[in-house]
Design a protein around this ligand. Structure first.
Ligand code: AMP
Length: 428
């Protein structure tokens, strides 16, 4: 199929040509005709599938040209980074039109955004918080909004944006077209969709929570964090020494410490991305990474949203995510724009259960292949604090998996109370 067959008009075809897209991606093929026909659409598609253009093109076609002052389309996204990235897609595709787009996000003063809004915009791309903030300041006239897009809806729910979304739904016209995009379709997203979409058409490009097929997935058991660090350095220095890589960790402290460690041990430049870093620092790191000025980003799940760098060759999970949606999101950072990628997960004994749970959610064709640790990597001893942490984590997971599991702690208590019971009996 071609973009012409999707009835994309000339000025957008020219912009698509400039982007170098030769044919529509599957989500574009399926979503564009339905959105153009005015239907409410639920699109289940991961990042990297071309989903942004799948809604941007028909929305732009509907908006057509600059008109009046108030906006006519609203795209809501979970993070500032994603707002900027989606905004880029819109302005790139709108290049041969006079359509005015604006990105609204926090972390910067509202003045410039309010000024731009008062000069007239056609499409708003923003985070729910900033949109509401500017609306409450009287900076946004909502009555002309005819299309609303919720992008990365699952993530928006995870980040607790539900109350803001509800408020926004109350202040925009009820007669409008709704588009909902999400990488996964958990129950709470389904409930939200039932709340405000009208007879939606559901489009799925790949089964729910399926990593893109162009990503080769590997896993290696590693006893502790210090050995993991040796292994990560080895992968970055020996195996993927020329490649752009993302290293995922669980906490901001880990992101900070591990990026500092890698800065000392590997070449090519490393930066840490986590929510304690100022927005501008994060954006700067991301653009350095995009340009290839640095080779490695160490990131937490939240900070990684919106990283769209098609050259990312490898994703290393230095810690295993605790749910399969995060896993799919993480590894979706590679294999983007139809390139080959590798996702390598390192798991310690306490992460085995998390990984098994993730694997049970993946379709069989998406198998994670065992990849043994090379002999050259020194194996460190697990320090007592880490062993204790792991034991506690395993206990927690077992408790969650089985409500009847009493746990090591409980066992001990029972034994103790048993002892006192005995002594009571003896006293009798
Ligand atoms: P997205 O899923 O929107 O995050 O897009 C992921 C990447 O795919 C971006 O780098 C886009 O520029 C690229 N892309 C989008 N549509 C196409 C297409 N039809 N052909 C090739 N690349 C595309």
């Amino acid at each position: 199929m071609t973009f012409e067959e999707l009835k994309i008009t000339r000025q957008f075809l020219n912009a698509i040509d400039d982007c170098g897209y030769s044919a529509p991606s599957p989500i574009q093929e399926k979503a564009i005709p339905r959105i153009s026909a005015g239907q409410d659409v639920i699109g289940i598609a991961q990042t990297g599938t071309g989903k942004t253009a799948a809604f941007a093109l028909p929305v732009l076609q509907k908006v057509k040209y600059a008109q009046d002052l108030p906006p006519r389309a609203l795209v809501l996204v979970p993070t500032k980074e994603l707002a900027m990235q989606v905004y880029e897609v819109f302005i790139t595709l709108a290049k041969y039109t006079d359509i005015r787009c604006i990105a609204l996000y926090g972390g910067v003063g509202p003045k410039t955004q309010l000024e731009k809004l008062s000069n007239g915009v056609d499409i708003i791309i923003g985070t729910p918080g900033r949109f509401l903030d500017l609306y409450l300041r009287g900076g946004i006239v909502t009555k002309k909004i005819k299309t609303m897009v919720l992008d990365e809806c699952d993530r928006m729910m995870d980040m607790g944006f539900m109350p803001q979304l509800r408020n926004i739904l109350e202040v925009i016209p009820t007669k409008r077209q709704n588009l909902l995009f999400s990488a996964t379709f958990p129950e709470r997203v389904e409930r939200l969709s039932e709340e405000f979409l009208l007879w939606p058409t559901k489009i799925e490009v790949s089964p729910q929570a399926t990593p893109v097929a162009s990503v080769k997935q590997l896993k290696t058991p590693v006893p502790n964090i210090r050995t993991k660090l040796h292994f990560v350095s080895y992968l970055l220095e020996e195996v993927y020494k020329e490649d752009r890589a993302l290293v995922f960790v669980r906490t901001k402290e880990q992101a900070e410490q591990i990026s500092k460690y890698l800065e000392r041990t590997i070449s090519g430049g490393v930066r840490g991305m986590h929510s304690n870093k100022a927005q501008n620092t994060r954006l700067h790191s991301m653009s350095l990474f995009r340009e290839g000025a640095i080779r490695v980003l160490v990131s937490t799940d939240v900070a990684s949203r919106g990283i769209d760098v098609p050259e990312t060759k490898v994703v290393i999970n230095c810690t295993v995510p605790t749910n399969s949606a995060d896993y799919v999101h993480r590894i979706g950072r590679t294999g983007r724009a139809f390139r080959e990628g590798v996702a390598h997960t390192l798991y310690d004994p306490s992460e085995k259960m998390y990984l098994s749970a993730i694997e049970s959610h993946l379709p069989s064709k998406n198998e994670i292949i065992d990849s043994p640790m090379p002999d050259s990597i020194p194996i460190e001893e697990t320090p007592p604090w880490e062993a204790k942490q792991m034991a506690k984590d395993i206990d927690y997971q077992k408790r969650k998996a089985d409500p009847n599991y009493k746990g090591a702690f409980h066992e001990k208590k029972r034994k103790e109370s048993g002892k006192s019971g005995d002594s009571r009996r003896r006293r009798k």
